[in-house]
Design a protein around this ligand. Structure first.
Ligand SMILES: [Zn+2]
Length: 448
């Protein structure tokens, strides 16, 4: 197999990153995360020389079939295979370079090619437009707002009427035109005056949808991208105040709000020239309950070197710090701390999605995972894959925020994760906490 104009996959540390497992062949291709060669050395199963890696999965679940691994591979190879975290996406396997911790081939053309393939894989979600939105340095709620607006899922009159909600189809702000996302945020009278003042093109001939319009103005006005994003949100806030409180802003008030919030947010989130954003460490040495009426989940992972595995601990508490639910998940084979931390966050997101969509804060103590979740960076390693999956899962939960705390403030999740070494299977508690965490739960509530 050839890639990138001459780089031969059979050497040089290029191996498959297993995702769907349908491209990489078990005995023919390099896919073990092994810096020496990546090939399986055990003999192929007669008649199955071309079998692909997905045949080693438990069908329908993202885990390895341990019994098959025991039958086919040496203990050493089995250990390497079990270190590979399986993905829930099922996208095609891709090539990465084990020598680079982000999985990139060092030759520039190879890198470019990989980038292209990478973004082609996200036709509807992570194309360059979504990447631009993700990269905007604005509050997460505003990014989520832009995402929803571009997906046309704002509660505008046209959208509600399509869902058979009986409301007037006129725009509540100008009372002249039918309301749509494009009208409300770009073409409505006040919106147009705001955009004119900022020198941004809001002409109806520019685009037929809000997504297209935003795409065009963001790429034509790179230096004020953030302000454009914030202004869309300020216009929408104004529209909501008209609807719900019969108030309305002037052009200057909308712009002042948008600039003001952006400025405040930057003060907090972009302190000058710090290499990596460390959220106010000292204040976070203690666990804090979430705001009234919301829920928080804490997650942690523990590695069990001598058992060759890891465990995840998840705990959900309410605004009074009361226990809501907890989960312990033991996994075999994973021994890389970073992979384990990222897997813990992925487990938390999948659990919330199904059982506790009301949770708004996902708190962890791994700064590397937290930082990776905050920025969009192409990373072809397994760690990168897990971060991508986390971000993808979070898109469906627009209210969810990631948060980082010191380890000392993450003791309940930590205790649960450590306890995973004595469990064989996943276990879940709700309403009543397991006895062995009652002391740490109490300690979090003390006012020291
Ligand atoms: Zn209007």
């Amino acid at each position: 197999m050839l890639l990138c104009g001459g780089a031969d996959l059979h050497g040089d540390g290029a191996v498959y990153r297993v995702e769907s497992g349908t491209s990489a062949r078990i005995w023919r291709d390099p896919w073990l995360p092994n810096p020496n060669h990546g090939f399986v050395t055990s003999d192929p199963l007669p008649g199955h020389e071309e079998a692909t890696v997905n045949q080693l999965f438990v069908p329908g679940e993202n885990r390895w079939d341990y019994d098959i691994l025991v039958d086919l591979f040496s203990e050493e190879e089995r250990g390497q295979i079990l270190k590979i975290p399986l993905s829930s996406y099922g996208r095609s396997d891709r090539i990465y370079w084990v020598h680079d911790n982000k999985g990139f081939y060092s030759v520039r053309s190879g890198y470019k090619r990989l980038m292209q393939e990478f973004f082609q894989e996200y036709p509807n979600t992570m194309d360059s437009f979504w990447r631009t939105i993700w990269n905007l340095k604005i509050p997460a709620k505003v990014r989520n707002f832009l995402w929803r607006a571009s997906q046309l899922v704002l509660p505008t009159a046209d959208h509600l009427r399509a869902k058979r909600v009986d409301i007037d189809k006129l725009c509540p702000v100008c009372l002249q035109h039918d309301e749509s996302v494009l009208h409300s945020l770009v073409h409505c009278t006040l919106a147009r005056r705001v955009w004119d003042t900022l020198g941004i093109n809001s002409s109806p001939s520019l685009a037929d949808s809000f997504k297209d319009w935003l795409n065009i103005v963001l790429s034509n006005n790179k230096e004020v991208r953030e302000l454009i994003g914030m202004t869309c949100w300020a216009i929408w806030t104004n529209r909501n105040e008209v609807v719900w409180q019969s108030r309305s802003y002037t052009v200057m008030k909308v712009i002042a709000n948008s600039k003001g919030f952006l400025h405040q947010w930057r003060e907090v989130h972009q302190p000058a020239a710090t290499p990596s954003r460390i959220p106010k460490p000292l204040d976070f040495a203690k666990w804090y309950p979430p705001a009234d009426g919301s829920l928080k989940i804490n997650t942690d992972a523990a590695i069990f070197e001598n058992q060759g595995g890891a465990g995840f601990g998840l705990v959900i508490r309410d605004s009074r710090g009361s226990f809501v639910a907890a989960k312990i998940i033991p996994v075999r084979g994973i021994t890389d701390p970073l992979i384990a931390e990222a897997l813990g966050v992925r487990e938390a997101l999948s659990w919330l999605k199904v059982r506790f969509p009301a949770v708004q804060i996902i708190e962890m103590d791994s700064l590397l995972v937290y930082n990776a979740l905050q920025k969009y960076e192409v990373d072809n390693s397994y760690f990168g894959l897990l971060i991508e999956e986390c971000r993808f899962l979070a898109l469906d939960m627009p209210n969810v925020k990631f948060s980082w705390v010191r380890r000392s403030a993450n003791q309940v999740a930590h205790t649960l994760a450590k306890a995973a070494s004595s469990f064989h299977d996943t276990i879940e508690w709700s309403n009543y906490s397991p006895l062995f965490i009652s002391n740490v739960l109490l300690a979090d509530l003390s006012n020291e």
